[in-house]
Design a binder for this molecule. Structure first.
Ligand code: SF4
Ligand code: SF4
Length: 258
């Protein structure tokens, strides 16, 4: 529950806490991190919303770029708690690079997760140096995050689609165990980009649904419970199908299965 989102019952105004969009690639990252015993050093962008329920997965957030340097500081302080830094592609370019150099140069063992959604998200939806276009949409040199991390001296650099939640979790678990710097580039485009089209919305087959509520834990604003039934608002659903992985009973179905 979000304390500041409470409203006076006298006014029948529904709570509308800020949430990641339907189809957001960051949802998978924070769902996974929220289920791991890992400390998350967060940063500024859409993904700061990972601090809110149902994830509650961001433990610290100070200013742009600080996620990486804070993770390094926490690792050097040596309290033994596995820590990852989570930073968006645009914020990493803005002020995360210097901290990654700091980690590599000082032989740190932090794991840095760069959320590469191919755009600057809620802070303007403009291009940035990782997209290959200027803010006016003209072609521009594109920063290759893999090559950049390698040039900095990071040997363990991975690119993964966070929607493969099992693989993503496995990779994070492996990397926080390593005694050297790792960079994991979680790559999937922002659902609001014109180039992203997941297709038709999914729906919950009420006969197959066992009412376990597991799909709600994903925090997609499209999934809701009403009259003791779990439902998907098909007008809002982006059709990303991430939620189908949450249902062990196959009750979340594609339009073709209707
Ligand atoms: S996870 Fe599946 S069975 Fe459980 S409430 Fe959601 S749709 Fe129903
Ligand atoms: S497919 Fe599932 S997770 Fe994706 S937007 Fe629709 S309800 Fe949300």
């Amino acid at each position: 529950e979000i304390p500041h989102a409470k409203v006076d019952k006298e006014f029948d105004i529904p709570n509308r806490p800020p949430v990641m969009c339907p189809g957001c690639p960051h949802r998978a990252v924070f769902h996974v991190l929220s289920r791991m015993k890992v400390r998350v050093s967060g940063d500024i962008g859409c993904y700061t919303l990972g601090a809110l329920p149902p994830y509650n997965a961001v433990d610290a957030c100070v200013c742009m770029g600080a996620s990486v340097s804070m993770a390094h500081g926490m690792a050097k302080a040596g309290d033994g708690i596995p820590t990852v830094a989570v930073i968006g592609d645009s914020t990493f370019i803005h002020s995360g690079i210097t901290s990654l150099i700091d980690i590599a140069y000082n032989k740190g063992n932090s794991t840095v997760i760069i959320l590469d959604n191919s755009i600057t998200g809620m802070t303007g939806h403009q291009h940035n140096p990782t997209t290959g276009y200027t803010i006016r949409g003209e072609e521009a040199p594109r920063v290759n995050l893999v090559k950049l991390a390698e040039a900095i001296g990071v040997k363990r650099v991975f690119v993964i689609d966070p929607f493969n939640m099992k693989e993503f979790r496995k990779l994070v678990e492996e990397e926080i165990d390593k005694d050297e710097t790792s960079v994991i580039i979680a790559q999937r485009p922002c659902a609001l980009l014109k180039t992203v089209n997941y297709g038709k919305p999914v729906y919950i087959d009420q006969e197959a649904c066992r009412k376990c509520g597991n799909c709600m834990r994903l925090g997609c604003p499209t999934i809701y419970k009403e009259d003791d039934e779990y439902r998907i608002d098909e007008a809002l659903c982006a059709g990303c199908k991430l939620c189908t992985d949450m249902c062990a009973f196959g009750a979340i179905k594609k339009e073709e299965q209707r």
